[in-house]
Design a binder for this molecule. Structure first.
Ligand SMILES: Nc1ncnc2c1ncn2[C@@H]1O[C@H](COP(=O)(O)OP(=O)(O)OP(=O)(O)O)[C@@H](O)[C@H]1O
Ligand SMILES: [Mg+2]
Length: 233
């Protein structure tokens, strides 16, 4: 079997003394999109925070391309190619669109993604390159958060509820952009409540409840109704 691009290997993760993830095992293969599903507060965001050391991993391992991350995770995870599109987007409001994009280069990774490539993918960001981050609409900010992550030339893109708070027509445009990235072979871990988007983008899904994975499956073997049922337990 080939080495997964991202592996959470039976991790137990904590915020302070509170156990949040109790043995989560999750893998993303190269070129694959895995959806991480589940209701509020079960540990989806914490799974991503564990990769960056924001939540403390005290048992198990996180690996990127087979390389186990040490405790100095945040910089190391970025350098090895994990790129987060965070829940709530975290655009720096006082910086311009272009300056926000350049923040993504902090990983120090080279590759095909640069300002020109991101502007080609998201022409609206080029039009608004000089605007302040907080002058953008919600949909434009989400495109900016994705563009910023791409600027790090990631091995795996970690998307935390990208459609949250966006109007349906904007969600469709977002879906088109993510489908384009999928067609280019971008590996993704996608946390998403909009199951139609999950059906469109993901190959596999895992459902979390209370800090554990409780069911998993392949999207092509699952109907939208079956997926809804799997998530609602
Ligand atoms: N910084 C923190 N310190 C302590 N506990 C936290 C912290 N952030 C989240 N939690 C708790 O950890 C648990 C998991 O939270 P997490 O944010 O991972 O959930 P989630 O599945 O992403 O939910 P949502 O769908 O609302 O985004 C929750 O009980 C939450 O209250
Ligand atoms: Mg969350």
């Amino acid at each position: 079997m080939t080495t997964p691009v991202l592996q959470l290997d039976s991790i137990r993760a904590f915020y302070g003394g509170a156990l949040i993830l109790d043995g989560v095992h999750l893998e993303v293969a190269e070129g694959e999109c895995v959806a991480l599903l589940g209701p509020n507060g079960v540990g989806k965001t914490t799974s991503l925070n564990s990769i960056f050391g924001i939540a403390r991993v005290r048992a198990g391992a996180v690996r990127i391309d087979g390389v186990e991350l040490s405790r100095k995770r945040a910089h190391e995870a970025a350098r090895l190619g994990a790129a987060l599109v965070p829940q709530g987007r975290w655009i720096v409001s006082s910086l311009s669109v272009e300056e926000n994009l350049l923040l993504g280069q902090a990983s120090g990774r080279d590759g095909a993604w640069d300002l020109g490539a991101v502007y080609e993918m998201f022409p609206v960001l080029k039009e608004r390159a000089a605007a302040r981050g907080d002058a953008l609409s919600g949909g434009q900010q989400q495109m900016l958060a994705i563009g910023r992550a791409l600027m790090s030339n990631p091995r795996v893109l970690l998307l935390d509820e990208p459609s949250e708070g966006l109007a349906p027509v904007v969600v469709d445009a977002l879906g088109d952009a993510l489908a384009q990235l999928r067609a280019q072979g971008t590996s993704m871990l996608l946390i998403e409540q909009r199951l139609d988007l999950v059906m469109r983008l993901a190959e596999r899904y895992a459902v979390m409840a209370k800090g554990r994975i409780v069911s998993e499956g392949r999207i092509e073997e699952t109907s939208l109704d079956e997926l809804k049922n799997a998530v609602s337990v």
